[in-house]
Ligand binder design. Sequence first.
Ligand code: DX5
Ligand code: ZN
Length: 218
Amino acid sequence: SRPITIAPSILAADFSKLGQEVREVTEAGADWIHLDVMDGHFVPNISYGPDVIKSLRKHCDLIFDCHLMIAPCDPYVEAFAKAGCDIITVHAEAGPHLHRSLQAIKALGKKAGVSLNPATPEDVIEYVLDELDLILIMSVNPGFGGQKFIPAVLEKARRIKQMIGDRPIDLEIDGGVTAETAPAAAAAGINVLVAGSAVFKGGTPQAYATNITTIRNA
Ligand code: DX5
Ligand code: ZN
């Protein structure tokens, strides 16, 4: 199986010094950087857009894992590709043409992901599996960091792991991931753990290193 990848979500970082925060979590052992884009429409919160991501690109060489919580998404995919995102993930619930969105991402030379809200069943991805590089299972309702992990999504993770078979698709979980919830996620087939508050708590480079190591060792 694939090695565990830890992707800190900078939603939990100090936005007044994002460049420094990204450098510090990189130094602390992060594998990817998870970028949460929220539009105040698809989700009830607003975060940041492609220009912020573009400025962070100069501070970090890790994979930029962009989670678009926006609707519509198609008009903005190119801007996120140009900003330096390596993986662009759209929500299955964000529009009626998931296959077209995934094709648009791949046509830009980027890896394509789909995300499912906690209430969304796995069958919506059955006919796009061959277009996917990543599947992101939401373990909270998207919009905010610091929420409690919803254990019911672990059954969905197991089912999706079966559907993936031997395709080269990363299976990622996002929301409420801590050293306490990570082991069950990994056991269900997850190989990419997104963590916001559990990585950035403490607010110092030493804390970030301890937090990332604690999650990885769990
Ligand atoms: C929620 C975001 C998550 C969030 C995770 O809408 O997609 O990436 O920042 O934060 P924690 O780890 O604090 O639940
Ligand atoms: Zn996210």
